[in-house]
Structure formats: C-alpha cells, structure tokens
Ligand binder design. Structure first.
Ligand code: IPE
Ligand code: IPE
Ligand code: MG
Length: 240
C-alpha cells in the first residue's frame, strides 16, 4: 500500500465526535471521551505498522476550557490516567512523547506527569507522539512573536533576519516537520485553531466516523486517500 515517496511523514489528527458518539447511545458525554482512548491506541499501532515517524493529536484546545466544569475535570482526570497508564506502553514501543500548547494552564500534577513522560522517552526513535494540550494556533503565533521580538529588543536578532525558518523555530512545534496530512473525524470541515502556520500545504481528510469508532482500518483509508492526492505547492503538475 505504501511506497516511500508517497508515505506521509507527519500526520496530525483532530479527534472529534466523542460527545456525539455518547449522545447517540444516550450516555453522558464523558463516556465518549473515555471510549476515545482506545482509538488513540489504534492510531499508534497503525502508525507503527506504516512506519510513520510523526503523529500529532489534538486532545484539548484552549477554547475547550470553556466547556462545563464537570467535563473539563473529567478530561483532566482522563489525561492524568493516560499519562500514568500508557507510559509503559509508549516506552516499550520506542515512542517519544511530546506536548505542545499552553501546558502551564494544566493542573500542576499533570504538568509534572507530562515532564516525566517527556524526559523518560526523549531518546526513543520509532515515532514522535505530540499531544496538543490547552493548544491554540493563534496563541502559538502570539507566543512566537513575543519570543522573536524579545530577541530583537536584546540585540540577538535583526528584523531583517526574520524569515519563515525563524518563525518556525519559535513555534511550539520547533523541530517537527509540517504535517503532510490532517485527519479530522466526525465530519466537521474546519481547522478549529489547530496548527495554523504549519498546515499551509497540508492535505485535509475528513471522515464521518466519530472518534471513538476510529480504528486502524480508518487510518489506513486516510493514508490511501492521501496517496491519491497530487500535492502541487502552488505549481502546476508539469513543473514539479
Ligand atoms: C472531541 O470530541 C474531544 C474534545 C474536544 C476534547 P467532542 O467532545 O468535541 O465531541 P462532539 O464534537 O461534541 O461530538
Ligand atoms: C477541536 O474540537 C479540538 C479537539 C479535538 C481537541 P472541538 O470540538 O473543540 O472543535 P469545534 O468546537 O467543533 O470547532
Ligand atoms: Mg467537537
């Protein structure tokens, strides 16, 4: 199925539809979030099988803080459990764990667990799993502008030296290649403030499958669809 030339190196995923999955079953929304954890495992297995080196998952947006307190609390508990329980599995599978976003907004106990997981897996090489937590693409750009302007003010950088590469290096995703493919589940045709800078030429794949129903097969289908796309980067197919 995959030839090297067409294999996406970096796949970003907007894991959406947990609430609707639960509502369809007349369950509380949190049951959808709980069920969604298995889909994360499936994606990691599928990425491992296809030897995809970078996976980035949108788990909690900065805007998601505005959800009902009980839902936010449940999501934090789920995240805390995930960081405890999946750690062995990630490490065993040679997965490097990273987090992007305003993680300082998260409960302190979770920040510590994130740090612990990052440190313990930093030398793993099979796959880099980046989880977006308290993430906002616009705030990421604001933070980058602040860091760059501080350097200019201190005389460490000239305005004329600011290039696309400089901006990229000051984003949370510094060191990651831009995503080749974005998968969004549950049919929504929007980006919801995810990786705004990084997705300038990302191929977008939207499936109606709700996140808790997302399995390896669906991941393979997305990669197959990607392989049929023609990425032009503004050129014509003749000038590639
Ligand atoms: C995605 O599922 C999970 C998070 C945003 C945390 P939703 O909770 O957004 O599910 P829907 O969109 O309401 O169905
Ligand atoms: C995007 O989903 C955020 C995550 C998946 C974490 P949302 O459900 O929050 O996005 P909107 O509100 O439908 O745009
Ligand atoms: Mg949603």
């Amino acid at each position: 199925m995959t030839t090297n030339a067409l294999r996406p190196r970096h796949i970003a995923v907007i894991m959406d539809g947990n609430g609707r999955w639960a509502e369809q079953r007349r369950l509380p929304r949190i049951e959808g979030h709980r069920a969604g954890v298995e889909s994360i495992r499936e994606v990691l297995r599928a990425a491992h099988e296809l030897e995809i080196p970078y996976i980035t998952l949108y788990a909690f947006s900065n805007e998601n803080w505005h959800r009902p307190k009980e839902e936010v609390n449940f999501l934090m508990r789920l995240l805390s459990d995930y960081l405890d329980k999946e750690f062995e599995e990630l490490h065993k599978n040679n997965i490097r764990f990273q987090a992007i976003g305003r993680t300082d907004m998260l409960p302190e106990e979770i920040q510590k667990k994130i740090e612990k997981n990052i440190k313990a897996t930093e030398h793993n090489t099979a796959l880099t799993l980046t989880v977006a937590l308290s993430y906002s693409g616009r705030l990421e750009l604001v933070d980058a502008v602040k860091k760059i302007s501080e350097k200019v003010a201190r005389g460490q950088l000239r305005t004329s030296e600011i290039t696309e590469a400089v901006v990229s290096e000051h984003l949370y995703t510094q060191g990651l290649p831009d995503p080749d493919l974005l998968i969004r589940t549950s049919g929504e045709m929007r980006i919801s403030n995810f990786l705004l800078w990084q997705m300038s030429y990302t191929e977008i794949y939207v499936t109606d499958v709700l996140w808790p129903d997302f399995r390896k097969q669906h991941f393979f289908e997305a990669v197959e669809a990607y392989q049929k796309r023609e990425r032009r980067f503004g050129r014509t197919h003749l000038t590639r």
